[in-house]
Ligand binder design. Structure first.
Ligand code: NI
Length: 248
């Protein structure tokens, strides 16, 4: 059994005798343009994390499916945690699991907007230990791996989509959800074909600049077959990084 939610506590105790590593998928619940699923970032992180868990016989927690998405809040269906709330959620996840003996926490992330907050939460976790009056507590190590960042995964996305890959509601993440959830494929007309690129501040500013939610992408190029290819390459690369993380 590699999913925490489908395990019993004696199974987790047994697992801890052979590994103290655990995989935590983290995503977001936010608009992904006219044809992308609200759950794209949570679903992509989850399917990849679970496949890596199966392959590496590593325990995978439930997905943290709401992330830091304040800039998407002008689109219906989006949910955000404040950065401070998300940090508290992450610190409590790690602290809970560390109490049982886990000490290597590998976050598989589906949302670029989470990166700064997740990294700050890692510093908070380390600081709690570094500042402990009785000296440093037994160490824990946290790692963040964005599923799309492997060399071959990036290369494949570039080959498939070129400059239509963009930064948000990308055809590669949309394709990945279509491979994993073929019953949820949506179609929508989009204009302009490739969305504008640029920066943003809050939710209203985002919607003014990126009217349909996309940034720099053309997700009409996505196909379930692309998603299948991206899935297998990403799982292979994330699994290799998990092995390196455990060995570090
Ligand atoms: Ni996304």
């Amino acid at each position: 059994m590699t999913q925490l939610l489908l395990s019993t506590w004696p199974e987790v105790e047994t697992y801890l005798k052979r590994s103290t590593g655990i995989i935590i998928p983290i995503g977001s619940t936010e608009q992904h343009g006219p044809n992308g699923l609200i759950g794209t970032d949570a679903l992509t992180a989850e399917v990849i994390a679970r496949a890596v868990g199966e392959q590496e016989q590593a325990l995978v927690t439930a997905t943290i499916s709401v992330g830091m998405a304040q800039h998407h809040m002008a689109f219906a269906g989006s949910i955000t945690l404040r950065p401070s709330t998300l940090m508290a959620v992450l610190v409590d996840h790690v602290t809970s699991l560390a109490r049982h003996g886990f000490d290597k926490f590998f976050f598989v992330n589906g949302h670029g907007g989470n990166i700064a907050t997740v990294t700050a939460a890692f510093s908070e976790i380390y600081a709690e230990r570094s500042l402990h009056p009785q000296g440093n507590r037994p160490g824990v190590r946290c790692g963040l791996r964005n599923w799309w960042e492997g060399r071959r995964t990036e290369q494949l996305s570039r080959e498939l989509y070129g400059n239509a890959l963009g930064h948000h509601a990308t055809p590669s993440e949309v394709a990945l959800t279509w491979h994993a959830f073929p019953h949820a494929i949506k179609t929508a007309a989009m204009s302009p074909k490739i969305a504008p690129s640029g920066s943003f501040t809050d939710a209203d500013d985002y919607r003014r600049t990126f009217a349909d939610g996309r940034i720099g992408s053309d997700p009409t190029l996505a196909t379930p077959e692309h998603g299948r290819q991206i899935f297998y390459v990403a799982v292979e690369e994330v699994a290799a990084d998990y092995r390196r993380f455990l060995a570090s």
